[in-house]
Design a protein around this ligand. Sequence first.
Ligand SMILES: NC(=O)c1ccc[n+]([C@@H]2O[C@H](COP(=O)([O-])OP(=O)(O)OC[C@H]3O[C@@H](n4cnc5c(N)ncnc54)[C@H](O)[C@@H]3O)[C@@H](O)[C@H]2O)c1
Length: 349
Amino acid sequence: MSSLRIGVMGAGIIGREHIALVGASPDTRLTAIADVTESGRQLAEELGVTCYADYREMLDDAALDAVIVALPNALHRDAGLACIERGLPTLMEKPIADTLAAGLELAEASEAAGVPMLIGHHRRHSPDMVEARRTIRDGELGKLVAVNGMWLCRKHDAYFDQVWRRQVGGGPILINLIHEIDILRFLCGEIESVQAVTGAAARGFEVEDSFAVVIKFANGAIGSFTGSDAVPSPWMWDVASGQSPNFPHHPGSCYTIGGSRASLSVPGMDVWAHEEGGDWRQPLVRRRLQPPRTHCYPEQLAHFVAVIRGEAAPVIDAREGVMTLAATLAVSRAAAEGVRVQVSDMLTR
Ligand SMILES: NC(=O)c1ccc[n+]([C@@H]2O[C@H](COP(=O)([O-])OP(=O)(O)OC[C@H]3O[C@@H](n4cnc5c(N)ncnc54)[C@H](O)[C@@H]3O)[C@@H](O)[C@H]2O)c1
């Protein structure tokens, strides 16, 4: 089967990862780059492909089978619509868009045109997450009861040199928690409502540096999630899983998923249950799950190839991307207003 011709919009931090992966896969071929910077142009020259300053020109000029959009969030809507109009399957980096209205436009356009859009929530392709979801779905934990998660890390001080990262909207809820919300939805089901508090005392910026979220899932399970960008720790998925190229690997767990029969730690992948299905009076038995040792970014690209070829539906399509954004924005609103927010209200207000 011939390799698929891929155009990449945005040769920044994550765009360059995509460009390297597209180049490394036998199923894909980097055909063009769209970027406005000199460094983007230089990269294209090194790789022997054309660089377009105008991404629309790339879409009209280069012969493409599909596109990866790795542009700043505010450009996702226009770039995504331009791809859909031309019938090009798209891998849209997360979040689907910078607003819910823009995300919904993309979802509606993708569905109306029958052009698939895969949202770049890469963790859904990670083997630990796939195995955890299978374990939960197969009922090995019983009925989901209580879930807990952590994302505790210390970002470097220079990260905050950019003013927008110190202002409301530039903090870890909208940038980082969105991954956690998406993976909690993937593993545990739809989020019904959230309550949240934030802290800003560790860094002293206008924006939050820490947050605690209380979650009610539609299936009746409850959850809590704590996060901070001011705490050195191994309790974050990127470090515990070893799946992220830019983080040290310290094997451990950052999620505990409790069911009526057993509980599961992720990505440690230990299933704990009392002997003979008993209760707290019986010894606990630990069984370690053994997911395959694949990596999420190449797996995401392999899945995108299947989507482009019409062999699979996106594991997270535009509509799902909107739901993840809605639940994340619900956390922001819950923290700002000090109220419990129903996620469904985010889509109707
Ligand atoms: N899934 C992940 O792991 C992950 C990680 C980081 C970022 N992201 C997402 O990827 C997107 C990009 O983030 P980033 O950190 O790579 O940003 P970045 O700023 O490093 O890169 C953005 C690139 O887009 C280019 N660009 C800007 N305007 C353009 C235009 N009009 N036409 C063409 N090119 C233009 C810039 O020159 C830059 O090279 C964001 O949506 C972000 O949320 C996802």
